[in-house]
Design a protein around this ligand. Sequence first.
Ligand SMILES: *Cc1c(COP(=O)(O)O)cnc(C)c1O
Length: 421
Amino acid sequence: MDHFLYRDGALYAEDVPVAEIAASVGTPFYVYSTATLERHFRLFDEALEGMDHLVCYAMKAASNQAILKTLAALGAGMDVVSGGEYLRAKAAGVPGERIVFSGIGKTRDEMRLALEGGIRQFNVESEPEMEALNAVALELGLRAPITVRVNPDVDAKTHAKIATGKSENKFGIPITRARTVYAHAAALPGLEVIGIDVHIGSQLTDLEPFALAYAKVAELTEALRADGHDIRRLDLGGGLGIPYTRSNTAPPLPTEYGALIRDTLGHLGCEIEIEPGRLIAGNAGLLVSEVIYVKSGEDRDFLILDAAMNDLIRPAMYDAWHDIIPVIEPKPGAAQQPYDIVGPVCESGDTFARARMMPPLAAGDLVAFRSAGAYGAVMASEYNTRPLIPEVLVHEHQFAVIRARPSFDEIINRDTIPEWL
Ligand SMILES: *Cc1c(COP(=O)(O)O)cnc(C)c1O
């Protein structure tokens, strides 16, 4: 559920007409709904009620400071995957003890940054990383709290580019080697082993892969405890999928996911951590764009938008589907026609949808991409010297630009000319 609905024939973001935002900030832009972000965070928080838990928002999904502050105010922790994200979380007021550091390639500088600034735990993904973290922690006279990310060799049944839990993926250590690796970790004086971490992929639309992975984690918890490790925290990753289209069967709800966690791991008495990203931000954001031209082709019509693959790469990168809706509500039973919906970038990959059924549209009309809140703005680039597009946050009847569109001068002046030119 989200808060982008038609009202009196026009699309609203909460209590603000989307067309009003477009008139104020220009297109294209991203717009997020505070109520939707809050609702999605609370769904997870409530799903784990009764268990000692922390919901750590995977901020790589959408990391604007205003989004982080909105979630942090509800008690969210943050899952970060770089030193930059760590600093973003701190800047949004999240205390170190609510920040988890994930990622397979943490540098020594990033480790130092987090150890000095305070960190809940590092999710360590390899033995070389373990050695490096041990060295950095000892240098600082600290002990780094860690979990080890295990790769349970489970098929997440999602797009290949976002599956992370099979043995051929680069993530984590094979679960079959876990006892050896934990013994190694326990022997390093700069590390404090506190738990286990697992994250099998993103956009999972079925609970079964989670069930398989969590059963393996339960088994491993018992085995590691028997080996003498104090396993007291389980980080179960993120990955719960969202409905990208209303015509598909809906993915499982956070409540069902929470029940699965309780059933598979509740008896262990561990503190539970989860790292949802997409489900919190995905349906809390729209990408709004204007039709520049309607071009009639031989056998199809093209809607040429002012948004492009550099603004929203998901269709090009993951073959992703986004519902695209007109900002003026079509009349019930209005005629529809197929369009190829494309951006202006000089690549055929800059295609958002093919033969998409839409009501007839004309130049100047506004359209909104639904479910664009996660892995949208954060993955944008300035390819073709197209400025990063603004982000707007709505709260009831108010809206604010939370990242402004840069000017062309700002973009050009980021380059510097060597003295020989
Ligand atoms: C990307 C990622 C997440 C979030 O995944 P979603 O599908 O957005 O919920 C959580 N944990 C880790 C380690 C990740 O890399």
